[in-house]
Design a protein. Structure first.
Length: 270
């Protein structure tokens, strides 16, 4: 049996494409419908009520496309709007809990850093879950809000002075406290992996939430008999194409996105 409905993935903007990339790697035969709320990004500096409302609108849009599973490829939505999202009529995968399990497995000295948006840090979601597995862990939380617009603007090279400065600044607390594992708690951040490696050194394990979540997506589809054996089409919707969409999105996804597969939608009109 094969279920040809697409997997729906959404984020506040383009960062969720780093999650889509990992899902495509483990599930190349699945159709993907991605929604990036590029007209309203960032979410991570907004209040909880706004983030919850945006998340529900994004999910409603994906449901209107008859998706079989929804992935919140956004740390902010996963941490702030989890309660509102978990009762959707299709399975819902968030990115926090899987990344926490990976970090708990990876750490040797139980000193873990979280770099995420202010809304995610304020929610304390990663920290609470880490402490439930490792009550004596030391968790250092840093809000790295400025990295989101840098990535959306296509500033992703480790040699870009703005990227370098911002990354070095944000990770200094992790270095001072000798953390051995850092969760990149915002899906915009894996594209800056080289910059993080340079700032933190090769011995610190970086947890990419997309990698952890992609395995959960695969397991869920397999368990519920929802796998597709003959798809592989990828379709992208955004609330604003802006000026840099195509180039930045292709870099984040790791594959060329052509104009015909991108559509602009007004999801508030649904
Ligand atoms: N990519 C998102 C996250 O994982 C949000 C970035 C933002 O919109 O502030 O948190």
């Amino acid at each position: 049996m094969s279920d040809s409905r697409a997997i729906g993935i959404f984020d506040s903007g383009l960062g969720g494409l780093t999650v889509a990339k990992e899902i495509i790697k483990v599930l190349p035969k699945e159709d993907i419908i991605y929604f990036g709320d590029t007209g309203r990004v960032p979410y991570g500096t907004k209040g909880a009520d706004t983030i919850k409302r945006y998340a529900l609108e994004d999910e409603k849009f994906l449901l209107s496309k008859d998706v079989k599973l929804i992935v919140a490829a956004c740390g902010t939505v996963s941490s702030v709007a989890f309660e509102e999202s978990k009762n959707l009529p299709v399975p819902f995968i968030e990115v926090i809990s899987h990344s926490v399990k990976s970090a708990v497995k990876a750490t040797f000295n139980k000193k873990i850093g979280i770099l995420a948006t202010s809304a995610t840090i304020k929610s304390g979601a990663h920290k609470k879950q880490i402490l439930s597995f490792l009550p004596d862990a030391e968790v250092y939380e840093v809000s790295g809000t400025l990295l989101v617009p840098l990535v959306e603007e296509g500033y992703t090279s480790k040699d870009n002075p703005l990227v370098k400065n911002a990354v070095e600044n944000y990770v200094s607390v992790f270095k001072e406290n000798n953390v051995d594992t850092v969760i990149l708690g915002c899906t915009h951040f894996p594209i800056l992996t080289e910059a993080f490696k340079e700032a933190l050194g090769e011995n610190v394990t970086l947890i990419n939430m997309g990698v952890s979540a992609s395995n959960a997506v695969k397991d869920t589809l397999a368990r519920l008999n929802l796998l597709n054996k003959q798809g592989g089409n990828h379709k992208f919707f955004v609330s604003d194409k802006g000026t840099t969409f195509k180039n930045t999105a292709s870099v984040l996804l790791g594959e060329e996105i052509d104009d015909s597969s991108v559509e602009t939608v007004d999801i508030t009109a649904l």
